[in-house]
Design a protein around this ligand. Sequence first.
Ligand code: TLP
Length: 351
Amino acid sequence: MKVIDLRSDTVTHPTPEMRKAMFEAEVGDDVYGEDPTVNGLEAMAARMMGKEAALFTTSGTQSNLIAVLTHTNHGDEIILGDEAHIFWYEVGGASVLGGVIMHTVPTDSCGRLNLDDIGRAIRSKDIHYPQTALICLENTHNRCGGAVLTTDYTNEVCNLAHRRGLKVHLDGARIFNAGVALGVPARALAQSVDSVTVCLSKGLSAPVGSLLCGSKGFVERARKFRKMLGGGMRQAGVIAGAGIVALETMIDRLAEDHANARRLAQGLAGIRGITLAQDDIPTNIVMFHLSPELSVVEFMEGLEKAGVKIGLRDGRPFRAVTHRMVSSSDIDGALTRIEAVCRRLRRRAQK
Ligand code: TLP
């Protein structure tokens, strides 16, 4: 029985072409700036995101943390959504290591922060207040079910920020999913932000790595923070090689993952005991609830036995993420197995 792993697109393995590129990668010491494959990947990412430069980092979490460290001073405040990945899932690194205060404002179901809320959260020059330095956005939005921010919305936030002397960082871990969903190049979605994180190791299927893109000066300062965090990776060309293949070959196919996510959502909506937690499925993330009379523990145990893995975090809807290693027939298979588990739980609940 094939295990169908829908916990995250981070579970994707490198393709044979990536493994070949890793095997053959030309390498050097990247801390000296001498790894030609890393340099090639950074130049490529900068070009694709419309920025002057890029920095190869170990992960999305590290990229976001370096961005915060680079844009702020100890004791500054950053404004971000109360559903932001940086706020929820990055172990509080911005506060612990960056010494910044995370000032959250409400996130709507489309992953947006209201401009008036942002305006009100920006501190005036009062001796009692910390200094606001940075606004963070997320596209696509993880906890908002893969919601997509448009270019216009992002530009509006940037206009407000820049008028008030603030910087904007975009957590674009899945920015290429957003670009594919909107039918625009990813660079359009990042044109007005000061920095953007992009991840290679999610839907793009590379084994490791992210890129932090921005101006030359920003990336130069960011490089020092990466070293401080232990992210100077020496002969990193062996992983950057896979990243180049990811950027060259894996973006357009994300549309397949989006179609599979819609197929999954449609099937789930037809299963008694399950309700979708989203009105639409813009990209590759599907969130859903189980009827209260069915046991969450037994549902998860049933799925485990049936060879279907999905994500569950305290108090949150279930999360299923589609990716390259799950085909449309796997989606149908997963639906059959989920339906059978629900049927069993319903029978038990009726006894
Ligand atoms: N998200 C992971 C988990 O951390 C929840 C996942 O499985 O979705 N920004 C966003 C929007 C992300 O979704 C993630 C990964 C990151 C940053 C962090 O990337 P990594 O895992 O490379 O540190």
